[in-house]
Design a protein around this ligand. Structure first.
Ligand code: NAD
Length: 245
């Protein structure tokens, strides 16, 4: 090493773990402006289907064709959709923050926008899994999954989705991430699905906590400040502020 390199101060290396940890908790509303229906808004999916007939273990036992058809339609729409300005703004925040997206969504629009850490509490529609061994999970690039398509152990494949009555994925990890976050953004969720909605309570009192939704009232979540509006309007603006650009 020569004299000049010894005396030149080196800029500190910033790795992901030294960045401020933030959690972005998303629901169907963040994908609404990509053309994917929300569940409970007017015209939402549950107005068109009876949930017990398509999204439960009982439905799968009684009418697997109907269940597969329902998810094949959803998968077609997800494949045809593209990430929107809100998904991209969330991904951009990784330039400065250690961002974890915790999503109730089953689409892959956060990943396609560039988010690198995404926890899917309710499963992923572009994956399927074995009905014999739940650890056998496969990426599924095609739009359709049909009866007769089997895992490597010879059992029928099913959508990698958490159905009503089944256990949510990664809940403990999600609670830990909430409890160590310094900023929490909650975007596009009605907060009616449990236990996912109760994660909001794990955020530290002193963290900066913001709820973004065109409809919810601030009074219901007194611990969070409320920004009323669509995700695609608010998130790019907020991301620019936080990134100082
Ligand atoms: P929800 O349908 O109950 O609530 C959607 C929320 O988004 C509403 O509060 C609505 O006011 C808000 N919203 C609508 N348009 C918005 C916009 N442009 N910007 C911001 N917010 C907007 O959905 P949820 O709370 O996510 O819970 C229900 C379930 O829906 C979840 O379990 C999830 O798995 C499932 N779901 C997922 C998808 C998807 O993967 N894209 C689509 C539909 C439903």
């Amino acid at each position: 090493m020569n004299q000049s390199s010894q005396n030149t101060p080196k800029p500190p290396l910033i790795n992901a773990s030294e960045k401020e940890p933030i959690v972005i908790f998303t629901g169907a509303g963040v994908s609404a402006e990509s053309g994917l229906l929300t569940f409970r808004d007017m015209g939402g999916i549950w107005n068109q289907y009876d949930v017990t007939e398509v999204a439960s273990p009982l439905a799968w036992r009684r009418q697997p064709e109907l269940v597969l058809q329902f998810y094949n339609e959803r998968r077609e729409k997800v494949i045809a959709a593209s990430p929107n300005a809100a998904h991209y703004a969330i991904a951009q925040l990784e330039e400065k923050f250690d961002v974890t997206v915790i999503t109730q969504n089953v689409d892959d629009l956060h990943e396609r926008a560039g988010s690198s850490k995404v926890l899917h509490l309710h499963g992923e529609i572009r994956k399927v899994r074995s009905t014999l061994d739940s650890k056998l999970i496969y990426k599924w690039p095609e739009a359709h999954l049909n009866l007769g398509q089997l895992c490597e152990k010879g059992s029928q494949l099913r959508p990698h989705i958490v159905w009503f009555g089944e256990q949510v994925f990664s809940l403990h990890e999600a609670a830990q991430l909430f409890s160590s976050a310094q900023k929490v953004l909650v975007v596009g969720t009605s907060l009616v699905v449990q236990p996912a909605a109760s994660l909001l309570d794990y955020a530290p009192f002193e963290a900066e906590k913001i709820l973004i939704n065109p409809e919810l009232q601030q009074s219901s979540f007194h611990n969070y400040s409320f920004m009323q509006g669509n995700a695609c309007e608010i998130l790019p603006r907020l991301a620019s502020q936080w990134l100082n650009v």
